[in-house]
Structure formats: C-alpha cells, structure tokens
Ligand binder design. Structure first.
Ligand code: GLN
Length: 280
C-alpha cells in the first residue's frame, strides 16, 4: 500500500465513526507513524508503506475511532506556535486560551513581572508568556504531580529557565505576592460534564474540567485567595466558561477588583476577564 491508500483507508474508518476531521486526522496519524511532517507525506503520496507501519497505523486509527483526542495519541499539541507535550493528566491547550496569552503579552511587554499560574496543567499559559516576557519570572502550581512533570518537560523543551513548578493547592502557603496571577481553572458545571463531547468527557482529566455545582467553585477560590498572593494594583487574568461573565464579574467587583479587559472567543462569548486588584 502507498501513503495515499493508507490515508484514504484511515479517513474512511474515521468517517464511519462520525469523526468530522477524518481526513486531517488520518494524515496526522500517518505522519506520526512515519515520523515525518504532514506536508512531506502529502507531497509524496506514492511512497510505499511497510506492513509494519501499516499495523502501527491501524492501531492509532482504532484509538481515534474510539474518540481519543488526536493530541493524546500523538502526545503533543500546538499552542502559541510551540509544540507542547500533553498527556491524559493535562488538559489539551485550547485556541481560546491563546487569546488571553496574546492580550497579557501586549499588556506586559518589556515589563519585568512575577507571574503565578494557578492550575498550570501542561504549563502552556505560563511558558508561552515567559517565552515573550523575557525579563519576567514565573511560578506554576498544580495539584497534579503528573501534570507538573509534563509542565517541567515543556519548560525545558522551550528553554524557559526563569520558571518553577510546584505541587501546591490554593490552600497552600505561597509566601510571595505576584504582579500577575493567571488561571484557567476548571469551570464546567458538574451536571454538564455528561453533555460534553465524547473526546473531552472520556479522555480529558476531570479535575481539570469540573468546577462544581455552578461551575464557579474554583473561580471563587482563586478570587478569594488572590488578595494574599497578588500585589495591590496587580492583575488577575481568569479564563471562564460560557455565560459565566456576569456572575464572575460580580464576585470580582465585590472583592475590590476593577475589570480592565474582557476577551471574547471566536463565537463572541466572553471567555477571559483581566482585572486589577484595587485594595485590601
Ligand atoms: N493551564 C492549563 C491550560 O490552560 C490547564 C488548565 C486546567 O487544567 N484547567 O490548558
């Protein structure tokens, strides 16, 4: 069989399982197996594929047909034009989170700040910020030690050294006040987890998604904790869920934050709020 035949075979299998991105996924999986860039494969579709590679490829197609996200199969995801390692212990970085990173880089460009990332996961937010804010330094915390190992690996891979990753929760002491706190906390209502896409609910870590009864448990905790770990006039940047803007902004205002920027996603939903902590 040649590459084209394999891609067609894989795409057909995935299409039958109602995977929308069947052809693209089939191409990505073949490029993973052959350890070549997708473009390289597409410009050489006549190349013969060995039986050994075909067997390996079929296994990946099977995994994808069971709705396992491509990022977990290939163990990486692009975010902020960089490749991040991911594992089932980390959420897969999302493009809407890049909008938050973009805005923060604009605000803090050339500044020397200290950043705390709460629930750092793969470290994608913090590492992307530090890759541009070269004078700044960062701390990423997470309750998942397995996620922290991935975050460290990502920082090393992108040669980010002004960062540390710590296994801490919001109850832990941090003994420091930061200039910027960023968090993409779990914010899905527990009762809504069952309505998420199969890919997400079956494979992504529940502790990274589940925000409790109203989805705001962790967001509240972050906001309540912030005064003890954020400098006055420091900024808090939170990613939130669809339709949480009103409630979250009310909590922020009640707790003496001033809302500075809101970031909407590609569907025009407010997905992040950047606020300033005004006073104790
Ligand atoms: N900070 C990571 C991300 O944005 C993980 C977030 C999480 O696990 N809720 O992808």
């Amino acid at each position: 069989m040649n590459a084209l035949e394999l891609i067609n075979f894989g795409a057909k299998e995935l299409r039958q399982k109602k995977i929308n991105t069947s052809r693209l996924d089939s191409e990505i999986l073949l490029s993973k197996i052959l350890n070549k860039k997708r473009e390289e494969i597409l410009t050489n579709l006549n190349q013969e594929i060995t039986k050994y590679h075909f067997c390996k490829y079929k296994k990946l197609i099977l995994r994808r047909s069971q709705k396992e996200p491509i990022a977990y199969i290939v163990k990486e995801k692009e975010f902020w034009s960089k490749i991040f390692f991911v594992s089932p212990d980390t959420l897969i970085p999302r493009p809407e989170t890049e909008l938050l990173v973009e805005k923060l880089i604009k605000i803090f460009r050339e500044k020397k700040i200290s950043i705390l990332d709460i629930g750092t996961g793969s470290g994608c937010i913090l590492i992307s910020l530090l890759s541009e804010l070269k004078k700044s330094k960062g701390t990423g915390i997470d309750i998942s030690n397995k996620a922290l190992l991935i975050a460290k690996k990502n920082a090393d891979c992108h040669r980010i050294s002004n960062v540390k990753f710590l296994g801490k929760s919001l109850e832990s002491e941090l003994n420091q006040k930061f200039d910027l706190i960023v968090s993409n906390p779990p914010y899905i209502k527990s009762s809504e987890i069952k309505n998420l896409q199969e890919d997400i609910k079956r494979y992504e870590p529940r502790i990274a998604l589940d925000g409790g009864n109203d989805g705001l448990d962790l967001i509240r905790k972050v906001i309540y904790k912030t005064p003890s770990i954020l400098k006055v006039k420091g900024m808090l940047a939170l990613e939130i869920g669809n339709e949480q803007f009103k409630k979250v902004s009310e909590i922020l205002i009640k707790k003496n934050f001033r809302i500075e920027h809101i970031i909407k996603d590609y569907k025009d939903n407010v997905r992040s709020i950047i606020s300033t902590y005004m006073s104790n």
